[in-house]
Design a protein around this ligand. Structure first.
Ligand SMILES: [Zn+2]
Length: 114
């Protein structure tokens, strides 16, 4: 369903572009898949038993190559919120272990080898 908005430059209502898919499928070893932000897909290692994402870290807070846990909802890091550990993006409560580097034993399902 197309929506319109007022474009001040053109001085008229224009149709909003359909949203591009923000997420891509990453298949798991059990042949199910998770939807993850496209930029994370190549770093995906697997998921935790709570459906959170495990990626090979490429940023500076966790040494490169180690496993970093990102929230399944938004692919974001976890942070301390008001009395709980939450998703940095949407503030949903997430598993507290996402705040620390993850180990092989935290992998519940691995990404399927292609
Ligand atoms: Zn979230």
């Amino acid at each position: 369903m197309a929506t319109t908005y007022y474009n001040a430059v053109l001085g008229r209502m224009v149709e909003k572009e359909p949203r591009k898919p923000r997420r891509v499928r990453v298949h798991l070893e059990n042949n199910q898949y998770v939807l993850v932000p496209k930029y994370l897909a190549s770093d995906m290692v697997g998921i935790t038993e709570y459906g959170d994402l495990i990626v090979r870290s490429t940023d500076s807070t966790i040494p490169a190559g180690q496993y970093e846990g990102l929230t399944g909802c938004c692919g974001a890091t976890a942070k301390g919120c008001d009395g709980y550990i939450g998703c940095r993006f949407c503030y949903r409560e997430v598993d507290a272990m996402l705040g620390a580097p993850l180990r092989d034993s935290d992998i519940y399902l691995k990404v399927r080898a292609s």
